[in-house]
Design a protein around this ligand. Structure first.
Ligand code: HEM
Length: 113
């Protein structure tokens, strides 16, 4: 499995406005090899806000296919602007990961209780 995150810095006071935009789905779920999306608001921020977009893919190729797709392009074509004309997003960083260990409650073997 392959994971790509985008950490987005947002002007203070506009984190929720950016998160609202992510609630409008724009096609990633239809892409071959897509596994999971989580969009997270970082808590306890001061001075600016941060939104973490976490995507999981079957493999690197699946991510690259989406990154080059019309769906990706359309989802990114209109930068979010404040009423006074500033870009809400002030920066971002993209990180790629190989997923090595995965677990969830289906792996529970009864150590507790
Ligand atoms: C290059 C800088 C990037 C910026 C500033 C950015 C910012 C944003 C914003 C603000 C949205 C909300 C949609 C909208 O505003 O209409 C969005 C959508 C999205 N972005 Fe990015 N993004 C960037 C690149 C990436 C990359 C590399 C990834 C890979 C993890 C990514 C993952 C996503 C996903 C999964 C969505 C939702 C797409 C869907 O619903 O189909 N973004 N992005």
């Amino acid at each position: 499995m392959y994971m790509v995150t985008n950490t987005i810095q947002v002007l203070e006071g506009y984190g929720d406005a950016i998160l609202e935009r992510f609630k409008v789905r724009q096609g990633i779920e239809e892409m071959p090899g897509f596994k999971e999306l989580k969009v997270m608001k970082k808590l306890n921020m001061k001075g600016y806000e941060e939104v973490l977009v976490h995507t999981v893919w079957e493999d690197k190729k699946a991510f690259e296919n989406w990154f080059a797709s019309r769906e990706f392009h359309l989802a990114h074509r209109k930068p979010a602007m404040t009423p006074d004309g500033q870009k809400m997003v002030t920066g971002n960083s993209i990180d790629h990961y190989e997923v090595v260990v995965e677990s969830d409650t289906s792996e529970a073997v009864g150590y507790v209780g």
